[in-house]
Ligand binder design. Structure first.
Ligand SMILES: Nc1ncnc2c1ncn2[C@@H]1O[C@H](COP(=O)(O)OP(=O)(O)OP(=O)(O)O)[C@@H](O)[C@H]1O
Length: 296
């Protein structure tokens, strides 16, 4: 199984290393569709514990991987498997309960970094969003037209964002966040809203990042998107890291697993899952194929 499959034979530095990352959400009500462990505690809140009546949802369990320069990694898995949580951990928006994420530079999660305001225009939001990401007015002026073009909102950019559809808002957020030239780009499926032209533009933007020796993670339920966009795929299931490999191979195993589950053969599905998990090489082995210089 490939730890890095950029496929051009060049040496690629690691850009992101996840070492045994686990995330547990603590909520009052039990979310549906997940294995949760109620942990009522006498005496209310304790260090590292829960308030009586709270439940724990393990969204990621001991996830480890090495991502390298030039990798475009598709993250797939069933609903509620932990894909979005992984993106949030990589972006530094959630502190993992155990484990560590090392990154060569600040990963940018598209859409989250730009907190837009509905009562002002798209153009004003571009300025605000870019300022919030640390760009200067001169840099914003230089990028403004590209951002508008990327969003595909040339005709609506001076309209109030109140009049935008959710897809239009998502496109604008994507375009603003993509303006910062990140070395590590995280794209969640929620942002895959848009027409064919917007999808082409987003794909082009992701290609630019990987061509500049950056790394892209893209969460998608579309196996076709992952196969056509990525050189590598991760499969996560119920918080477990099941597989890391070429998108064709991962998609094939994932489809087989889903098919077994859907036909009611859960035992066989579990067996496939366990076998694949056991073939993921330890982090140390994967790191030895690259260098960890520059990670922090
Ligand atoms: N803020 C939260 N509080 C409590 N539980 C949460 C929270 N966010 C996610 N979860 C739970 O953590 C698990 C993983 O959720 P996550 O959104 O990461 O999965 P996902 O693979 O991205 O799902 P989907 O494909 O449906 O978007 C789910 O069981 C979800 O219910």
């Amino acid at each position: 199984m490939a730890a890095s499959s950029t496929g051009d034979g060049a040496a690629h530095e690691p850009t992101v290393v996840a070492d045994d990352v686990s995330v547990v959400y603590r909520t009052k009500k039990q979310p549906s569709g997940r294995t949760t462990t109620p942990r009522p505690l006498l005496g209310g809140l304790r260090k590292g514990g829960l308030i009586s009546g709270q439940v724990r949802t393990t969204a990621l369990r001991g996830v480890s991987f090495v991502a390298n320069q030039g990798d475009s990694i598709g993250v797939l898995g069933r609903n509620g498997s932990g894909k979005s949580t992984l993106m949030k951990v990589l972006a530094g928006l959630i502190i993992p309960d155990t484990g560590t994420v090392y990154a060569a530079s600040n990963p940018i999660l598209l859409g989250v970094n730009a907190a837009l305001i509905n009562s002002i225009s798209g153009a004003e939001n571009i300025r605000l969003g870019c300022l919030a990401m640390g760009m200067t007015h001169a840099q914003i002026d230089a990028k403004f037209n590209d951002i508008v073009e990327m969003s595909g909102l040339e005709d609506e950019i001076y309209h109030s964002m109140n009049s935008y559809s959710s897809g239009m808002g998502a496109r604008l957020r994507f375009a603003i966040a993509a303006a910062v030239d990140p070395e590590i780009l995280l794209v969640d499926e929620a942002l895959n809203t848009g027409d064919a032209q917007f999808k082409d533009r987003s794909k082009e933007r992701m290609n630019q990042v990987t061509n500049q020796a950056g790394t892209v993670f893209i969460v998608s339920h579309s196996l076709e998107t992952i196969k056509s966009t990525c050189n590598r795929a991760f499969w996560i299931d119920k918080g477990d890291f099941i597989m890391d490999g070429p998108p064709d191979e991962v998609a094939k195993e994932y489809k087989n697993f889903i098919w077994r589950i859907n036909e009611g053969n859960a035992d066989y599905g579990r067996q496939i899952r366990a076998e694949l998990m056991s073939t993921v090489p330890p982090l140390r082995t994967r790191l030895s194929s690259g260098r960890s210089k520059g990670l922090s």
